[in-house]
Every structure is written in structure tokens, then in C-alpha cells.
Design a protein around this ligand. Structure first.
Ligand SMILES: C[S@@+](CC[C@H](N)C(=O)[O-])C[C@H]1O[C@@H](n2cnc3c(N)ncnc32)[C@H](O)[C@@H]1O
Length: 579
């Protein structure tokens, strides 16, 4: 900390902090310092002691800054703030009031002040005192070198954005054309939790999530989202614009929750920025712009910030939250309920032992050991990365399928497959080390994601890890079904022709368009069971043509086609995997 124009080390500063009462009287404090260090007359006037006391007090009301991580501190560079401000003012140039709720070093405020001479009021709020000073100094510097006829009234406030009374500010600025601008912290409450940060709003369940959702991860929210919501809540009845640099996921949430919040916002735009270039971070982020005080709107146009090329229009359409309004419009007929249950593949959490390769008549595990096993319980295994082909019946890896259904007793392995049992038993510590509670009190060597459906011969599979919506037809290898791992989803058939028709349908233009219209590319697991279960096979079938399918599926007979049509029409058959 700087005091008396010099740096005071942490240890000395802490010393004075602990003994601050003694600073009220320099005779007492000089005596105690002499006792410790031998220095005479440490303070030569009471004024000096008072000055130090003042600094200590100021410091203790401010937040200490051990780690800027908890403040989601990514200052926006001047070039970007200027471009953002120019873009916003190109749409409307009569703003009177500019507010930046977490203003940092003030680059947005300076850019706005430079952009418009019509501003009447400027307010910046920032938790980190040095940034408050930096912003003030920059503004002062600007006015020292720039002649202007009139200046806005400016408040740069050292405060916590979570405690600041925005309602009051909103009330006082009700009649001013408003620009709420900025770049709130890019950090989530769970990231803050992991570093034991207190930089959180008091009511962290602000989105009214239930306890369960909070536990399962939906209660994880971005601080930037919280501040955006506060701004919209306080200022959506002001004439003006809201423009924040935020993570793409936050914009998605804002538009998704708009159905419930019904903020008076419209003409929303999401302009994608290159965060690597601008902030040197790998986070998908954008400028979110929306008009305030208008009839609530529920969609958002997405563009590239630099080229202004349109990407999509996403949001609420026909009662659904979709990524592409246009694609959804052309394919919404497919949106229904899948008659086939999409499953995820086998889960064992024990890849060192359970993932094998075949080498020279032996199996080799991931520990590099060569082992001998009966072939009965070993099955080919495909992972997400193996699902690039249109069709496959080969595999690189194998796995041991110890159960045919969840919870099945595994004692039979000892008697019937002694080599396999010996191998598993000699590696049992790997199974016992598995952390997930799903394995607790279950038979030895238990696996999950297993059932009759796993043994179907033909599978239509898709990766849950990648963005691709392409499906692979997986056929048996030497009459033995191939398994998928738990990163994949699939539906299974025992009849090749039925599988081929299903495969053809899920890869058809209309189903692909439908999937692309509802999948948000930014989402972590963009392809998931919920999405796949929305494929209405009956509608996909009705919208396809036998003659075209015949060109794609070898030896397809009309009878097979009709049979498939009957199956998918059979609403009563909820769960259909085996024919
Ligand atoms: C992503 S930076 C952006 C700064 C500035 N708006 C800009 O665009 O350059 C986020 C800022 O929020 C500040 N901040 C973090 N938590 C805050 C809080 N609770 N109250 C006020 N400001 C906070 C950080 O110190 C940091 O300056």
C-alpha cells in the first residue's frame, strides 16, 4: 500500500492495522515503535499518524485484493470499447445518462464521454479502489486536454455492485435517455465458491431455482447474469439501450428467462466477439444489445460483431426455445416424442481394466498388461470419436460386459468364465476405488447403462461430445453386437432393414434441420437425450419418400418401408427396441 508517497510492506501495514488505536496519540505509538525497533520519534507530527490511520480505515472498508480472479476482472481494451460505443451511438445518439455498474478502469465511460457531448449524467460503480482512482484520473485528464461547452455530472463510486441502490438511481434518472453499458465480471458463483470468495450477491438463488436444481448445477449462474438482471429490472422502463459484453451462455439464459421475466426489452442483438483476441481468454462471449422500454420481445438476432454478418435468430418461437427460428419454422413438424427410447452407452469408470485391445490372440488392457480372457463377455466398444463414419461394424477397443442388466449378480462369472473372473478379481482394487455412489452396495465389477437394449444387433448412434448431428449405423461384428460407451446415445434394432430406415430418417434433411434448429452450439452437451427424444419418427417417416429412401438403402422393399411405418404409428408401443 502507498502512503507518504512510498510503499509500505504488508507486514508493517498489518502491524499498524492491528495497533491502529495507538495512532490516535503519537506519544504512545512512538514509544511502542521505539520499543520494537529503537527508532526515535517515528512520527514527527500527529498529522502523519492521522494520515496513516485514514489509509488503514479506507483500506479496511474496501475489499482486500488477494486474487483478482474472484472479480472476473477482464478489462475491455480501448479499441473494443470505442467500437462498441460507436456502434451503439450509430443507432441512437441522444443518450443523456450513461451508467456502468462495474466500471473497472472506466474505458466504456471514457469512450461514451468522448462520443457524445450531450451527456448530462455519468455514473460508474467499481469495487476495486485503484480502478476507481484510475477512472477518475482518466476522466480528469480528458477534460484537462479537451475543451467542451458543457460537462455531464459524473459520479465514480467505490462500492459493491451487489449492494448499490440502483433502484434509487433509476428513480432519479427516470426521464433521462439511458445507456446502461459495460462488461460485468465473467465468473460463476460456483467458481467463486471454489476459491471461497465472498464476492457474491446475498441471495444467490436469485433465479428462484429449486433446491434440487441448485444441486444438479442449474443453480450455477454467472455474476454477469446477475448484474444484467438487476440492470434490466431497474432500468427496463427507461427509454434507452442496454449493452453488455457477456458470455454467450448468459445471453441465452436472458432470452430463455425472458418468457418468465417479460422485461420491457426488444430488438435484442447478440454480436459475437473474439474473446481470445480481445481478452486472451477462451470463453464464448458477445456484445448483447437491447432496446429498453418497449413491448417485451422474446427473440434475439445473432451477428458477427466484426463483419455484422447474421448468424441466426434464436429465442422463443411457436412456444419453444429454439436456436434457429427459420430452421425450426421449416422443420417443427418433427418436434414431438420419439417412439424409440434413446439410451446412453455403457459406463464402468474403470477404463484401465475394462478397456481392452486385441493383440496377437491376447487382450491388452490400458495398464499395458497382456491378459487372457474367454471371448464370451468381451464386446467391441465404440466411443464418441469412433462415430465419424456413416456406417461401421469394426472397433478399436473392447470392453467386458459383466452384467446384462443393472444390479445383476456377477458371481456367475467365477464359475462360467474363470479366466475373466481371475482377471477382474486380480484388479478389484480398481473397481473398489470408483468414487461414484452408483457403484456403492452393488455386485462386484458392476457396470451401468446396460439392459436388453445394449444387446440389440444394430444401433443408430450419435456422439454426445461433439457438435455434429450425424448418426452412424453400427452393425454387429461376427454376429456379436457392438457396445457404445457412455459418451454416446443410441437406439437399437435387431432387424437390419428397420435399423437402416431409422438411420436414413435421422440423417434426412428435415430431421437434421430440426436438430440444428433446437441445438445451441455453445451448450456443453449440445446433443443429449432430451433433444433426441424430441424426434418424432412418425412425422419424419410421413415427410420422407420411399423412392428416395430406396436409392439410399440397398435392397429396400416396400414391405419393409410399410412395416416401419406401422411401427412408428403404433402410439401404444412406448418402448420399442426389439423386433
Ligand atoms: C470484466 S471487468 C470489466 C471492467 C470494465 N467494465 C471494462 O469493461 O473494462 C469486471 C469489473 O467488475 C469489477 N467488480 C467485480 N465484482 C464487483 C462488485 N461486486 N461490485 C462492483 N464491481 C465489481 C471488477 O473489479 C472489474 O473491474
Amino acid at each position: 500500500m502507498i502512503c507518504f508517497e512510498t510503499h509500505i510492506g504488508d507486514l508493517v501495514f498489518e502491524f499498524f492495522k492491528e495497533n491502529q488505536k495507538s495512532l490516535l496519540d503519537i506519544t504512545t505509538s512512538n514509544l511502542s515503535i521505539k520499543k520494537i525497533s529503537g527508532i526515535n520519534n517515528f512520527f514527527t507530527s500527529q498529522k502523519q499518524a492521522d494520515e496513516l490511520l485514514r489509509k488503514i480505515k479506507a483500506q479496511s472498508t474496501a475489499v482486500t485484493e488477494p486474487d483478482r480472479r474472484e472479480y472476473g476482472d477482464f478489462q475491455t481494451n480501448q479499441h473494443l470499447t470505442q467500437k462498441v460505443v460507436q456502434y451503439i451511438f450509430s443507432k441512437s445518439n441522444d443518450f443523456e445518462f450513461v451508467l456502468e455498474p462495474t466500471c473497472g478502469k472506466g474505458n466504456f465511460l471514457i469512450a461514451s464521454i468522448k462520443q457524445s457531448k450531450k451527456l448530462k449524467k455519468v455514473v460508474g460503480v467499481e469495487i476495486y479502489q485503484p480502478y476507481v482512482w484510475e477512472t477518475k484520473f482518466k476522466i480528469l485528464e480528458y477534460y484537462l486536454v479537451t475543451e467542451v461547452d458543457s460537462k455531464p455530472e459524473i459520479d465514480i463510486i467505490h462500492a459493491n455492485a451487489f449492494e448499490f441502490l440502483y433502484e434509487e438511481l433509476a428513480e432519479n434518472t427516470r426521464n433521462l435517455k439511458t445507456l446502461v453499458i459495460g462488461n460485468p465480471p465473467w465468473v460463476t458463483n460456483s467458481e467463486l465458491g471454489s476459491i471461497d470468495s465472498k464476492n457474491l450477491p446475498k441471495k444467490s438463488n436469485f433465479k428462484k431455482h429449486s433446491g434440487l436444481e441448485a444441486i444438479t448445477g442449474k443453480g450455477n449462474f454467472d455474476i454477469g447474469e446477475y448484474i444484467s438482471l438487476i440492470m434490466l429490472k431497474c432500468f427496463d422502463k427507461h427509454n434507452g439501450v442496454f449493452g453488455f459484453l457477456i458470455k454467450n451462455t448468459v445471453v441465452k439464459n436472458l432470452i430463455q428467462d425472458q418468457q418468465r421475466n417479460k422485461f420491457r426489452i426488444s430488438k435484442s442483438e447478440k454480436l459475437n466477439i473474439d474473446s481470445k483476441k480481445e481478452f486472451n481468454v477462451s470463453v464464448n462471449a458477445c456484445l448483447f444489445l437491447t432496446d429498453l422500454n418497449s413491448e417485451p420481445d422474446f427473440t434475439c438476432k445473432e451477428y458477427d460483431f466484426y463483419t455484422r454478418k447474421i448468424v441466426t435468430t434464436f429465442g422463443w418461437y411457436k412456444g419453444k426455445f429454439v436456436y434457429s427460428v427459420q430452421d425450426y419454422d421449416e422443420s417443427s413438424v418433427i418436434d414431438g416424442k420419439s417412439i424409440f427410447i434413446w439410451r446412453s452407452g455403457v459406463k464402468h469408470d474403470c477404463s484401465k481394466v475394462m478397456e481392452l485391445e486385441q493383440v496377437n490372440g491376447y487382450f491388452k488392457n490400458a495398464l499395458g498388461e497382456e491378459v487372457k480372457l474367454e471371448n464370451n463377455l468381451t464386446y467391441g466398444l465404440l466411443k464418441s470419436s469412433d462415430l465419424k463414419e456413416h456406417k461401421t461394424s469394426s472397433f478399436r477397443k473392447l470392453t467386458i460386459i459383466t452384467q446384462r442388466k443393472i444390479g445383476q449378480e456377477t458371481k456367475y462369472i467365477k464359475e462360467r468364465f474363470p479366466l475373466t473372473y481371475k482377471y477382474l478379481d486380480s484388479h478389484k482394487e480398481f473397481f473398489e476405488k470408483r468414487k461414484s455412489s452408483i457403484y456403492k452396495n452393488k455386485p462386484s465389477f458392476s457396470i451401468f447403462g446396460i439392459g436388453d437394449y445394449s444387446f440389440t444387433l444394430y444401433k443408430i448412434a450419435i456422439s454426445g461430445l461433439y457438435k455434429s448431428t450425424h448418426f452412424t449405423l453400427v452393425s454387429p461384428n461376427e454376429n456379436k453386437p457392438i457396445m457404445l460407451d457412455d459418451t454416446c446415445y443410441f437406439i437399437g434394432f435387431d432387424n437390419l432393414k428397420m435399423a437402416e430406415i431409422a438411420h436414413y430418417l435421422v440423417n434426412s434433411d428435415i430431421v437434421q434441420k430440426f436438430l440444428k434448429s433446437i441445438i445451441f452450439p455453445d451448450a456443453k452437451r449440445s446433443v443429449n437425450k432430451d433433444i433426441l427424444m424430441r424426434i418424432d419418427f412418425e412425422k419424419a417417416f410421413e415427410n420422407s419418400d420411399f423412392e428416395i429412401a430406396k436409392r439410399r438403402i440397398k435392397d429396400l422393399e416396400m414391405s419393409d418401408w410399410k412395416k416401419f411405418g406401422e411401427i412408428v404409428k403404433d402410439e401404444a408401443t412406448e418402448q420399442l427396441q426389439l423386433f
